[in-house]
Design a protein around this ligand. Structure first.
Ligand code: ME8
Length: 533
């Protein structure tokens, strides 16, 4: 069975998750679900980045030990990811002893390969990024991401010989362009490497909250080296027993690391160089997404203090929908919004108004309306069970069928290459075509004429078949809504092969089949903006 190992960045434990983090987790989740529903064995890993100065300082400011602080924060993250239905297989925490041992083992390997040496570092450090900056990379003396002034730091620490790996990295990227997606990011990274790589400091003398260096326990491993290694330590890098050997053989190399565009240098330069040094195969692909910005154009970030809590958004949307939106479905619209609204690799904007507009247009008026119409007419004219035979397919029916077939092939292509917005637009092309088909065929007119009964059966069967396919296509974006539609259609759902069995059958499934009662899945929202969003 083919395999797919996908990861997200692990979020800093210094503040609660916001819409920006949610965007990344939803992207990776949609890809993981897409792969699973295509019949691919998938391992989806995410987690929390717990060590380093930023977390140490935040815990200190709150008067708690870093470990206790991170334990509480892990609860907050897990609560959000469960609410958002992120289907992770493992949630890693870098304070886990298994991981810490793995970091030390790799560090020793770098040293044995002659890539670690002692030196003195003097530079400008941004705690928000947990990274050194060179003067030329600052904007008016400030960090370009956090808009804060970095601090001058001078310490004795250990260095990694990154400069050794520039040529090999360039050759790898040339031979495997898919290693960095999208192309825009690949070009940026290639330019960084071409302009010359400097060795990097990989330990901290002043930070206590971290993994002690195996060769000098007075120092801790630089948090980025520690964090990047999570991708390998939690899938059996140590290979010290049967279970870890099996994990490693099954999942490594990673097929996709999903990260934000602000951390490509770490993932596309430092991480592969570390793996080269350790003699480990490189991941297949790194996909860098854009940022979710607030309407004022700024990146939503914990440091900027303009974050939006994803769980709050769903709760408010439910209130705004007059509680008619089921509790189980209240976070689905945000998932859909993030996938539909943001073009692949680009920045996107989040605002309450944009969310409500998208919800009303696509979910209430199109998808919800189609489901409600198809089910209510099945009940009104056939008491929920269509006749087992129908009239022959006519030109209009074949046209809907042709749209479905075309949509499916374009959807698969789009979703396989991170073009989720296109995948959703394709899906809605089918949904809109089916709604238009209702207007064209006028089932209510057919129902008045008993001689048109077989034709009416064909029309409703065509609608229900379109919905079956649409529900499967929607599943990576809105798994709960898809499951709900599947069960309303009386289907055995979730089908593990939902995105394999997508062809239009010779005999529509709805013939002689009983469907559920009519429902309003997504009631329209006309509500003022809630205070926090
Ligand atoms: O960078 N829009 O953690 P982090 C889109 N611990 N994505 C955003 C975003 C926004 N407004 N804000 C953050 C770290 N992200 C490290 C990662 S991985 C070995 C270590 C994304 O909490 C960001 O780009 O600052 C990153 O991919 C992820 O959320 C975690 O960000």
């Amino acid at each position: 069975m083919p395999k797919f190992y996908i990861t997200t960045a692990i979020d800093y434990a210094n503040g609660a998750p916001h819409i920006g983090h949610t965007f990344e987790k939803v992207l990776a989740d949609a890809m993981a679900r897409f792969q699973r529903l295509r019949g691919v064995d998938t391992w989806f890993q995410m987690g929390m980045d717990e060590h380093g100065l930023k977390v140490e300082q935040t815990a200190q400011a709150q008067g708690v030990e870093p470990q206790a602080f991170c334990d509480a924060m892990a609860e907050t993250y897990l609560k959000a990811w469960r609410a958002m239905d992120i289907s992770y297989d493992a949630f890693v925490r870098t304070s886990d002893p298994l991981h810490m041992k793995g970091v030390q083992a790799l560090f020793t390997r770098f040293q044995e390969n002659g890539d670690i040496y002692k030196g003195e570092y003097e530079g400008l450090y941004c705690v928000g990024c947990e990274a050194y900056y060179q003067e030329k990379d600052l904007l008016e003396g400030k960090c370009p991401v956090h808009h804060t002034e970095p601090k001058k730091v001078k310490e004795k620490n250990y260095f990694f010989a990154l400069s050794k790996y520039g040529e090999r990295l360039l050759r790898h990227i040339e031979a495997h362009p898919e290693f960095i997606e999208p192309e825009m990011r690949r070009n940026e990274v290639t330019n960084v490497i071409r302009s010359g790589l400097e060795d990097i400091s990989v330990s901290r003398a002043s930070v206590k909250w971290g993994v002690p260096l195996p060769m000098d326990p007075e120092q801790t491993v630089y948090v980025w080296i520690d964090a990047l290694l999570n991708y390998a330590t939690f899938v059996g890098l140590s290979q010290h027993d049967e279970a870890t050997r099996a994990m490693w053989a099954r999942w490594w190399p990673a097929d996709a690391h999903v990260i934000g565009k602000d951390i490509t240098r770490f993932h596309c330069v430092i991480w592969p160089a570390m793996l080269m040094s350790a003699g480990v195969e490189l991941p297949r692909s790194i996909y860098a997404h854009g940022w979710i910005k607030s309407p004022d154009g700024g990146k939503l970030s914990k440091t900027a203090g303009n974050v939006v809590d994803p769980v709050f958004v769903g709760e408010e949307l439910r209130k705004a929908a007059g509680e008619g939106l089921a509790e189980a479905l209240m976070h689905e619209p945000l998932r859909y919004f993030l996938l539909r609204e943001v073009p692949a690799g680009r920045d996107g904007e989040f605002s309450w108004e944009l969310l409500v507009d998208r919800y009303n247009a696509d979910l209430a008026n199109e998808l919800g309306n189609l489901l409600n119409r198809a089910l209510s007419m099945s009940h009104r004219y056939f008491e929920g069970r269509l006749d087992p035979e129908s009239g022959p397919a006519e030109a209009l029916d074949l046209e809907v069928q042709a749209v479905a077939t075309d949509v499916v092939s374009k959807y698969i292509r789009a979703m396989s290459s991170w073009q989720f917005s296109n995948g959703m637009q394709e899906t809605w092309r089918l949904i809109k075509r089916a709604n238009q088909y209702v207007q064209e065929t006028e089932p209510w007119t057919l129902a008045k004429d008993p001689s048109k009964r077989a034709r009416l059966v064909r029309v409703l069967a065509t609608l229900l078949e379109s919905l079956r396919i649409a529900a499967a296509l929607v599943a990576p974006a809105m798994p709960r809504a898809a499951a709900r539609i599947g069960s309303d259609l009386g289907l055995d759902w979730p089908s593990p092969r939902a995105l394999v069995d997508l062809e239009w059958p010779a005999k529509p499934f709805a013939l002689g089949h009983t469907v559920g009662a009519a429902v309003v899945l997504f009631p329209r929202v006309q509500a003022p903006k809630p205070a926090q969003a």
